[in-house]
Design a protein around this ligand. Structure first.
Ligand code: ZN
Length: 163
């Protein structure tokens, strides 16, 4: 019996600080960091900000919005995708920066989107047929740049699976 072993991997870039980024990328990261201040996170004290550049040149921000009924809360990434869906339907996203301000501790290493947001991001990419470049960081320190968000969700469940 033949067994085929496969390996999944992806490339990403790692930068020591915001000063090492291009001006556009530095702006995205800086604005995502600022957007953390808009979060409503009285329960987790973990404030997340997201900031996106769209193909049409627009910039939009999002932040996490919690609720006393915890599952009602929404992450910054999906809050931002919802805004884009309303204001610029089907507009591809060039890049999205994500940052956080952890009031319980440090905010100095890159943050990765949660599983639910990875699912939402990869569907947005498929829908508009363009990868979303992710820039991940805390309020300070290293920045990871990933060329397409679906790299973070291998073997994902997709709309085609329902056909
Ligand atoms: Zn999330």
């Amino acid at each position: 019996m033949a067994v085929n072993k496969s390996k999944y991997s992806f490339d990403f870039e790692e930068y020591d600080s915001i000063e090492d980024l291009s001006p556009t990328d530095a702006l995205l990261v800086s604005e995502a960091r600022k957007a953390t201040s808009l979060a409503y996170a009285p329960y987790s004290n973990f404030k997340v900000g997201a900031y996106a550049l769209l193909n049409n040149g627009s910039y939009l921000k999002g932040s996490n919005q919690e609720n006393a009924s915890y599952p009602v809360g929404i992450c910054a990434e999906r809050a931002l995708l919802a805004s884009i869906g309303q204001l610029f339907p089907n507009e591809p996203i060039v890049s999205m920066a994500i940052s956080y301000d952890n009031l319980n501790g440090k905010s100095n290493k890159p943050l990765s989107p949660c599983g639910m947001c990875r699912q939402a991001l990869q569907e947005y990419e498929s829908r508009v047929n363009q990868p979303i470049r992710l820039l991940l960081s805390g309020l300070e320190g290293k920045i990871f740049i990933i060329e397409q968000s679906n790299s973070l969700l291998p073997f994902s469940f997709k709309g085609d699976d329902l056909k």
